[in-house]
Design a protein around this ligand. Sequence first.
Ligand SMILES: Nc1ncnc2c1ncn2[C@@H]1O[C@H](COP(=O)(O)OP(=O)(O)OP(=O)(O)O)[C@@H](O)[C@H]1O
Ligand SMILES: [Mg+2]
Length: 430
Amino acid sequence: MRHDKLFLWFLANPSAPRYVGQLRLVGAGKGVSLQYGAAWLREGFALSEDLPLVDTEQLPRWKGMAVGAVDDARPDRWGERVIQYIDKPARLSLMEYLFYAGDERFGALGVSTSAEAYLPRPRSALPRLAQAQQLSEIVRKVSARDPVSDIERKLLATGGSFGGAKPKALIEIGAEQWIIKFFNNEPIDVPLVEHASMTLAGLAGITVAQTQVVPLVGEHALAVRRFDRDGTTRIHGISAGTALRAQAVATLEPELGYPGLAQLLRRAGVAEGGLNLLDMQELFRRMVFNILIDNTDDHEKNHTLLVVAPHRQGKYRLAPAYDVLTTNSGQGYQEFIVGTDQRDSTLANAMSQCELFGYTPAQAAAQVLRVIQVVNGWRAHFAACGVSAADLASLAERIDGEQLLGQRQNFNAADYANPKRQRRRSPFAP
Ligand SMILES: Nc1ncnc2c1ncn2[C@@H]1O[C@H](COP(=O)(O)OP(=O)(O)OP(=O)(O)O)[C@@H](O)[C@H]1O
Ligand SMILES: [Mg+2]
């Protein structure tokens, strides 16, 4: 395949695909543009805020990316590798990656070779849970660039290029799709630690994607239930990076962080029933939890907004949390901006802009205490999840290391109870 043009479809109801518009390779092959079709301009919605319903070719504003929400329809490092290895297209541009990501990609968008009919990359049935062992061996071969047979190729072909950097695939459990993330020779049992971290986050008032440990020969894998599927319905979603870039001035470095995302939810979240406020406040707890559990890998693709009411102004809900685990890096800074001290992994930094998350300082401090209390119980919780004594000892060096334990012990909510209010002087005062 060597198409410089492809066609974007919307698959919320996959039995009735709707044509969105034409994708074109631009910028010397370094970007992908979108031109909405006439019917979508009449009846569709803006896929992201930087893709308004206008009758013109919309060009990517950042190098090496597809426009707006289209960028979330392409694979990430792992998927690219699978495509290079399994599909072996004649050329490797964003177009091939968009096409070969296939029908079960993240969200509700699909890529077709035709504007008249939805013709995606041919798909085969997803593997079932009972085939997880076999799937892990195929994934290992792809990681090592060892040869795979045609049957093996088929098993990985449909769900093998899902997003993220680590080895994974899609599988079916019951009638539902789950992402299965495999052990990748890390020094600790990462799939088990991810399950333990995610379920611990759940205890701290964080909505998490459902996880399930999959025992394999000599190792574990982690299955994560897809939140962008509801039965046969597909839910359009965009990454935090796409949402924040959409409101940024092109060519300027976008501000990628929690306070900015909270404000975006305030503006474009679902105001009815105060759901946007609940999402903003939950985001605050996620940020605090990530700091205290040493999940420093909280980058722009590790937060998703689900587009629940595409035709309405308030449309975004925070998707359940995923990819939340102790990274054991101890690097001392997050990937996402936390507060006035930028990415520093400190509770003082988390508190510094708590009002942007819809909390008074006293309320925010109470939430910090709540998360601290849950994280204080991490060891018992992880042990109950089956994390080995050796792994607990390794994780304790971070979670109970001087830096993070010290912060849990020294946080004093009273410091925020009665913030000394700076009396605002009227600019008109003499
Ligand atoms: N439960 C889920 N439902 C739907 N999409 C999901 C879910 N979990 C993850 N995703 C999507 O898949 C991508 C990869 O998942 P995840 O972040 O868990 O993988 P990873 O390889 O560990 O990522 P990273 O590259 O951050 O290390 C996410 O960025 C998100 O777009
Ligand atoms: Mg991730």
